[in-house]
Design a protein around this ligand. Structure first.
Ligand code: SAM
Length: 275
């Protein structure tokens, strides 16, 4: 059923590390809860192990976005593609218009995103999808189930004062509730990566709880964590208006970025936008 592939044929430049164990694939496919009848976006299906697990778990419409022609062509020949339950989009997920794909294929929103992401572009993809769900009335992006290097997964889920806490935790937790669901050793993949991997489930926050100004929060966190060992009043000098915003928001300027809570970053960002 899946595209034949020898481990030697994996392309390093596309971050290709494949999963073939059906038990592991089933756990990843359902880590975010039931996918039955839902529309799911899978980025980087590769030879299709996770694609198969998602289809077998009852996904209603599966939109698979793959850059490597070998896999895009192979998956297009699956019976589910002919029947219309699987739609293969051959292209770069960073450039794909996902809401348009959902509409064109008759999918429903919000759609889940389930993916074993290429390590080299996993973080920019996540940031884009976080922004997609920040403030639109009609959300196209629902729960995300994403595999990263374990280090990145820890950075997404970290709390203030923890080693991994930084920009990625603040941005992720502004619009979702992330949790680390599955950890996998290098040997679970072919070819094996150098480090452990982990699946993070990111549940979207409701409209009342999510922070809509993600572009501004991205700038504030980039400045604040750019020099994370410095006091905030020094670190924020790189962003015009941010030191004044810090004073206006009543946050002790001698604190360091890694001690600020989600609520304090929101207060600081709102104050910065007024400057
Ligand atoms: N889902 C498969 C699995 O779990 O075995 C493959 C995962 S592999 C880590 C990442 C996949 O993403 C590869 O198939 C690779 O070709 C694809 N890929 C890499 N960059 C991409 C991009 N910018 N857009 C779409 N797919 C991409």
């Amino acid at each position: 059923m899946s595209t034949p592939l020898t481990p030697g044929a994996a392309k390093k430049s596309l971050g290709q590390h494949f999963l073939f164990d059906p038990n592991v694939l089933k756990r990843v496919a359902t880590a975010g809860g039931s996918v039955d009848g839902k529309t799911v976006i899978e980025v980087g299906p590769g030879p299709g192990g996770l694609t198969r697990a998602l289809l077998d778990s009852g996904v209603g419409k599966l939109i698979a976005v793959e850059l490597d022609d070998r896999f895009a062509e192979g998956l297009s020949r699956w019976p589910e593609a002919r029947e219309g339950r699987l739609h293969v989009h051959h292209g770069d997920a960073l450039k794909a218009n996902i809401p348009a794909l959902i509409e064109q294929t008759g999918g429903t929103s919000p759609a889940m995103i389930v993916a074993n992401l290429p390590y080299n572009v996993g973080t920019p993809m996540l940031v884009e999808w976080l922004k997609a769900g920040a403030n639109s009335e009609k959300q196209w992006r629902g729960t995300m189930v994403l595999m990263f290097q374990k280090e990145v997964a820890l950075r997404i889920c970290a709390a203030p004062d923890e080693d991994h806490y930084g920009r990625l935790a603040v941005l992720s937790q502004a619009v979702t509730r992330p949790r680390l669901a599955i950890t996998l050793p290098p040997g679970a993949f072919r070819p094996p990566p150098k480090v452990d991997s982990a699946v993070v489930v990111l549940e979207p926050l409701g409209a009342a709880d999510r922070f809509p100004h993600l572009d501004a929060l991205e700038k504030v966190t980039a400045a604040a964590f750019g020099q994370r060992r410095k006091m905030l009043r020094a670190a924020l000098k790189s962003l015009p208006g941010a030191v004044e915003a810090l004073e206006a928001s009543g946050i002790d300027p001698t604190r360091r970025a890694e001690t600020l809570t989600q609520a304090e970053f929101r207060t600081l960002t709102v104050a910065w936008q007024k400057k």
